[in-house]
Design a protein around this ligand. Sequence first.
Ligand SMILES: Nc1ncnc2c1ncn2[C@@H]1O[C@H](COP(=O)(O)OP(=O)(O)OP(=O)(O)O)[C@@H](O)[C@H]1O
Length: 301
Amino acid sequence: MTGDHLPIEASGLTKRYGDVTAVRDLTFTVRPGAVTGFLGPNGAGKTTTLRMLTGLVTPTSGTATIGGQPYGRLAQPSRTVGAVFDGNAFHPGHTARDHLGLYAAMAGCPDSRVAELLDLLGLAHAADRRTRGFSTGMRQRLSLATALLGDPRVLLLDEPSNGLDPEGMSWLRGLLRRLADEGRTVLVSSHVLHEVQQVVDDVVVIRRGELVAAGPWSRLTGPPTVLVTSPDADPLASALTAAAGSVEAAGPGRLRVRGLDAPRVADLAADHRLRIHELVTETTSLEQLFLDLTTDPAEAR
Ligand SMILES: Nc1ncnc2c1ncn2[C@@H]1O[C@H](COP(=O)(O)OP(=O)(O)OP(=O)(O)O)[C@@H](O)[C@H]1O
């Protein structure tokens, strides 16, 4: 499978449970070689969608495919798709090594994969401990190790950061980046946005089962703006406007500039012998974007 680039595609995906529509007419694509954040508040329909992608839940209508095939029709599903869902169960009496050994045998993976993954997931020191004593973070690592056994090209991770401490989070971000850089398709759900903000390339945002935004994170947030504080704000505004910047007042002696980056603003000020006291590049945080996208105006009133 190495070298395969397998996109995930959802088209008109809908799931109803009686009167509850958990997911409604969801259409999106997740590209290989990137980390995509699947974001939405609690109950938005993320888990239901991920379960439909892995064939664990049958859609009421619409389709979900991986590399163009529904999960159930993949030739080697467990070696193509690795999934981690909350509450992955381990036999409490098994050690991490036993657990992985069992799954490796079922998936037809060589034994050497077990030691490799214990190392990769930072579990080598706990390899021979029974899982009953594992912390939530260790369980998450073991779930990830299980998902990676078959060296899958596609990873579907439901809230993998749950229970990880800050060091574990930073380690997870590094791992996701590496997996994506190897050309894998990585879809990771979260409602704790700042945890994924630093690693996601693209986002798919849903609210109440419906798509609200999808695309490269940088396109959704727009270009950064530059906030500049200067005792020479008026002549500086003229100089920046003449250089094709768009300038608005942002308080006494402060300007907000679009269309020019911070080094260009500083250079222009220097060229015109104008003083700068502060220069800050502002980016929209994913947190703010997420709140903007998922707050229902009717509810906010
Ligand atoms: N088996 C089920 N039967 C009935 N309703 C369900 C079932 N599974 C999910 N739902 C409902 O569907 C909606 C979406 O749930 P889902 O778990 O997919 O959301 P989520 O975005 O993963 O939420 P969270 O972030 O809290 O895990 C919720 O209203 C939930 O109660």
